[in-house]
Design a protein around this ligand. Structure first.
Ligand code: ATP
Length: 743
């Protein structure tokens, strides 16, 4: 079935309307939302006012939302009035007055389901296809910005996340004119309205827990950046004028990773202290963006706009900053449209297209990572847009983050093809909710498996251990000082009980487990520890506050570290079993065609099929080569088999020979041998190389592998092999050097 042209859609509107009405008559009534907005507000208000209600499910890391807007007055008539007559290639007015016809139907609001009605042409004439897409939430044309704000920002507690040192990111995606800016501006103004009220409540709670008088504990810095093609500029500054092409002239801002691995373009960061100041800043920056939109070509729909609000907690000066990142993306269909434009515009559109595709890869990888509870490679270094979004894509980041993508579609049937593109871009980000699992067996290294009693016992041990460590360190300093004065301190009795300050039973009441703590933001954990350290509800003396803050930060870090490493172990086990499966699959296919093979081990001398001595390659090498060549491996073997059969030759010999040739090629391409190193040696090599350099090398290798369609897991291992080899060489030369020195 072919897609219908704009001409045929508009001239066939009566037919499509009747097909739509037949279709609608057969549909069940749309499903609405599972909660009312009043219920969302109620839960939120309670959470803010009630200290004990901090235990809540943080839900998914990536949420997908669809939105369609109402048709605007006379829009259909304006937008679709003159259409090209495809037969004659001339513009003709096909209808006197073009009335709106629905291209999107909301089938369910939560979980979201949109049905796009796509006009197409069958052998017997025009017809309609109905394509259904899933999301977490869907907003029909009657939903206003206030409700969108409540069901996204409020329901997911994004402001509290940011104020607790986490990262919230909202991405608006869709065709030009679909309503991205309308949504983002709506959200931005409401965020400006509420952020300081939420900050006041959270600030008061935190300050009270610390026994500090000043409740004004947050500092806010705002930046606004525009990315047009590869060029970034600061939207806080007005443009310096317009060039001959009618484009705004702006100072370019470089986007690079700094030495610490951060991507912080040099933008004007404006400090804001109230809703009014934030609102003013947003309005001015948006006005600067719109100034350019009134110029000859609306740059606003061709550029990405990124508003970032950074939040610093003055009482936790060393903690990571919270970030709220709001991104109004460039129109998604621009590349096709740009074909009629000059080279510069086409380059810019190609760049936008690339960045949107790369963004898709990153969001998809992130969603997958969250759903599978482990690490996957996220290629965020591939372009400037995803580099700017590093905080949400960097797997090393220790901050909790939540990403919300709002995919916008036009309501018109004439835009259905674009709508299908938009919905199929965003829909795959939706992940299944985590499967309800029975209680996992106890694992001392995985906090997610601990019961209430095990959690209490771990917390008691951790606090005690850390207080003892502090005591030990202080004793050492004091005893050294005493030794200088010729005195000797009484040795410490390590069995002597210590005051951990934090009452763990108070910190971990009822049926609370480590799972609850692991989901908690660090600031919330510290706040709870400070509360649990209070005796008779009296504020703690300053010296104790400092100790509790520092120890509880360490305990939270240790808990998070245990969760992360447990997740990595799960992930590695998944990867390993997948690798095995891939090998078994390859083997299965080979067995089907080659017949008589019985051994479970591939390509070894023991197998009856092989006359060649495969003993010269290890199983690991053979598996790696097959994984790398994937389907090519089978194709080559099948071709050898077919040829031998046709020519009446020895099939086993031909197949084995072909396999051997491939192994030789594989070796010649760089001796891709996966070596096994002891974990301690890898850890030593890592520490010696430097963690940042190590990770960069691995990441680069994986990106290169992604580009070359080579197994990225193999690339990772190969990169590690190279670095451990280097480390071995370095150590050997030091040894030799050391040995020659000592001679
Ligand atoms: N939900 C809505 N309700 C009412 N009007 C809307 C809604 N969404 C968008 N509009 C209107 O539709 C028009 C196009 O919306 P908007 O400018 O937000 O689109 P856009 O996707 O940001 O386009 P561009 O990519 O060109 O910037 C505007 O006039 C806007 O006011």
């Amino acid at each position: 079935m072919a897609a219908a042209s704009a001409t045929s859609i508009t001239s066939n509107l009566p037919l499509f309307r009747s097909l739509l009405s037949d279709w609608s008559a057969k549909q069940p009534p749309p499903k609405g939302f599972t909660t009312t907005t009043e219920e969302i507000s109620e839960v939120f208000d309670k959470r803010l006012s009630d200290k004990a209600s901090g235990l809540y499910e943080t839900g998914k890391d990536v949420l997908v939302t669809f939105r369609t807007r109402p048709p605007l007055e006379d829009e259909a008539a304006e937008k679709f009035k003159a259409v090209v007559d495809s037969e004659e290639g001339q513009e003709v007015q096909v209808q006197e007055k073009v009335e709106f016809c629905e291209g999107i139907t909301l089938a369910s609001a939560e979980p979201g389901v949109f049905v796009a009605h796509v006009p197409s042409v069958k052998w017997n004439g025009p017809t309609l296809q109905h394509k259904s897409f899933d999301s977490d939430l869907a907003f029909g044309p009657q939903i206003d910005n206030e409700e969108v704000y409540k069901r996204t920002v409020v329901a997911n507690d994004l402001l509290a996340l940011v104020l607790s040192g986490g990262i919230s990111c909202i991405l608006a995606y869709g065709q030009t004119g679909s309503g991205k800016t309308f949504t983002m501006e709506g959200l931005e103004h409401r965020i400006a309205r509420d952020l300081f009220a939420v900050a006041a409540v959270m600030g008061r709670r935190f300050a009270e827990a610390e026994g500090v008088e000043d409740h004004d504990i947050f500092e806010f810095g705002v930046t606004f950046l525009e990315l047009l093609g590869k060029h970034a500029s600061d939207l806080v500054e007005p443009p310096e004028g317009v060039d001959a092409r009618g484009e705004p002239i702006r100072k370019e801002v470089p986007i690079q990773e700094d030495k610490a691995g951060d991507v912080r373009p040099r933008l004007i960061s404006t400090s804001v202290r109230s809703s009014a100041e934030l609102e003013d800043l947003i309005n001015n920056s948006l006005a600067h963006r719109r100034t350019s939109a009134t110029a000859r070509n609306a740059t606003s729909s061709r550029s990405h706009a990124i508003l970032t609000i950074r939040v610093k907690n003055k009482l936790l000066p060393y903690a990571e900053e919270g970030q709220l990142i709001l991104v109004d993306l460039a129109g998604s269909e621009r590349y096709e449209d740009s074909k009629a434009h000059d080279k510069q515009r086409m380059d810019e559109s190609r760049e936008n297209n690339k960045s949107l595709m790369n963004l898709k890869d990153c969001v998809r990888a992130k969603a997958k990572m969250a759903a599978e509870e482990g690490f996957v490679h996220i290629p965020w270094r591939m372009n400037k847009l995803t580099m700017l979004l590093k905080p949400i894509f960097d797997i090393e980041a220790r901050q909790h983050s939540k990403t919300l993508i709002i995919a916008h579609v036009s309501p018109h049937i004439q835009d259905s093809v674009h709508s299908v593109n938009t919905l199929s871009y965003a829909s795959p980000f939706k992940t299944a909710p985590p499967k309800p699992r029975g209680p996992a067996p106890y694992d001392a290294k995985d906090p997610r498996t601990w019961s209430h009693a095990q959690t209490v016992s771990w917390l008691k041990d951790e606090f005690t251990k850390r207080v003892k460590l502090r005591r030990q360190a202080e004793w050492k300093v004091k005893s050294e000082r005493a030794a200088k004065e010729g005195k000797k301190l009484k040795p410490l009795d390590s069995d002597e009980p210590v005051d951990t300050h934090v009452d763990v039973d108070k910190l971990c009441p009822g049926d609370m487990t480590a799972k609850n703590f692991a989901k908690m933001y660090t600031t919330e954990f510290i706040e709870r520890c400070l509360q649990a350290a209070r005796k008779d509800e009296k504020p703690l003396p300053q010296s104790q506050t400092t100790v509790v803050k520092s120890i509880s930060t360490e305990v939270a870090g240790q808990m998070y570290y245990l969760v992360i490493t447990a997740k990595t172990r799960t992930r590695n086990a998944i990867m390993k079993s997948r690798k095995k499966l891939a090998v078994v699959d390859t083997y299965g296919e080979f067995k089907r065609t080659a017949g008589s093979r019985t051994s479970n081990v591939l390509w070894t001398g023991e197998a009856p099929l092989t006359k060649y001595n495969y003993g010269k390659y290890t199983d690991e090498e053979l598996n790696m080569a097959q994984l790398q060549y994937r389907s090519t491996w089978n194709q080559v073997l099948w071709a050898a088999e077919k040829k031998a059969k046709e020519e009446g030759g020895d099939v086993a010999e031909a197949v084995s020979k072909a396999a051997e040739e491939m192994m030789e090629k594989w070796k010649a391409e760089g001796g891709r041998v996966m070596l096994k190193f002891p974990e301690e040696e890898i850890a030593e090599a890592k520490a010696d190389t430097g963690y940042k350099k190590w990770d960069e090398h691995v990441e680069e290798a994986m990106v290169r592998a992604d580009n070359n369609k080579v197994d990225s897991q193999w690339a990772r291992e190969n990169a590690i092999r190279e670095m451990v080899d280097d480390y071995r060489k370095k150590k050997a030369s030091q040894r030799d050097g050391g040995a020659s020195n000592s001679v």
